[in-house]
Design a protein around this ligand. Sequence first.
Ligand SMILES: O=C(O)CCC(=O)C(=O)O
Ligand SMILES: [Fe+2]
Length: 344
Amino acid sequence: MTTTFSSLPVVELGSLGSPSTTQEDLGRLGHQLYDAFATTGFAYLTNAPLSFTHEDVFQLAKEFFQMSQEEKMRLAKNTFVRANSNTYRGYFPPQPGQKDNLKEGFEVGSGRAPASKAGRRGVKFDLSEGNVWPAESAFQDGRARLEKLYSELQDLSSILLSLLAVELSKPADFFASYLEGSISTLRLLHYPPQPDDQDDKVKLCCTPHTDSGILTLLHQDQTGGLEVQNAAGDWVPAPYIPGSIIVNIGDLLSQVSGGRLVATMHRVRTSSGYGANGDGMGRFSVPFFFEPGEACLVRSVDGREAAVYGEHVRRKMGTWVEFQDVVAVSSDTATQPGIAVEAY
Ligand SMILES: O=C(O)CCC(=O)C(=O)O
Ligand SMILES: [Fe+2]
């Protein structure tokens, strides 16, 4: 159960990167994380052991979205460009019909070659497919930087999960099987600036939802707009705190914990301005979704719930805006060669 929190707790992770960390330090961190996820479902993490600064991450996101639309559409999922074979990884353009979810994104998986193509040919969404990348000339060493960021966020998720396992009275390696063939997703998001209508209605660029999976690590820029719902139904702002990332848990981890931990509703309001940096580019965020392997059998700590992870994703996909039927794309993109404009 969430509480009537009015701000998100802050968990200081500095000791994780230190060679003198003791078991006691780790135990303390585990308690703090458990408390945060049991009451709020969300926390700010400070001093996370990442080699990337906040600026590095958003520099990377901006470099990606500033590429030409043509280069980005070359990476579009085949929902948007019939000629492309990527079904699950890659670029999705803003969909004008999605007024409260207006965003473009780029999704990257582990990049590991899938064990076998058998049984995967012809599936509508291949959850284990490889990544697609912009041309080196358009994105310089962006691929290497994204792969490194992915790997550091995967390692951090794995450490956080081992701390949580202990809090759930399980061995620290309780979640180790989730790492085998893990299909975690690193998503770059850009919410383009929106016109400032002169009325009092709340305007959203990401509608209320809970994350569906295990653990999310979110980098957000200084624009603000992220809000988290407390037990009273109030939307509590979760603005960027310098040097922090946000962590929250998804529906599946809530089930795994036997309901001890909560997956909390959140949304993003559009800001009236044009992004915190006054650069007129809108808002950027970079969520990383820690995910088990497609074939991973996910069990609850008290042996009740069980789901095969890939099946869980396929069940949830219908609720993800990026995978809802694409009825139209903008006329700009529709006139590009090779782009199919039709429902699937
Ligand atoms: O953009 C954000 O800050 C949040 C995005 C989000 O909640 C999501 O992609 O699940
Ligand atoms: Fe989310």
